[in-house]
Design a protein around this ligand. Sequence first.
Ligand SMILES: [Ca+2]
Ligand SMILES: [Ca+2]
Length: 138
Amino acid sequence: MFTFNMNFDSKEKEISSEKLRKPGDLNNDGEIDFEDVLILKEVLEGKRKLDQKELEYADLNRDGVVDYKDLNLMINIVIESRKAEDRVMELQGVYDALQMKQEQGLAKSGIDKARIDTVKADLEQAIADFILQSHGNS
Ligand SMILES: [Ca+2]
Ligand SMILES: [Ca+2]
């Protein structure tokens, strides 16, 4: 009975840490990226086998089969999160440049001030999108 409880406890822990793993994160490094796409591609080409649990992570559209639909979904997730990341970087650069201009007193009041507000709002939106993409609830 004691042994059973011990096992049960450790199994509970395993399950809760598994919950943190994102669907599509096949190599379990916390990110869904091209490495995971390559793994899934190899699986579909029959070059690699996944165990039952890993297959569940690979079944992105949850239709019970791991196939090219899941690969396409994964590629989309990777591309979208890349795009979101690039947009954050780009806007951050523009925002920093505008702020520096303002700090140095080079900003034209009116035009550049309004631009800063717009870029700041865009940047915040882009960061929100990026967080949503990379920690995908959808
Ligand atoms: Ca991964
Ligand atoms: Ca599927």
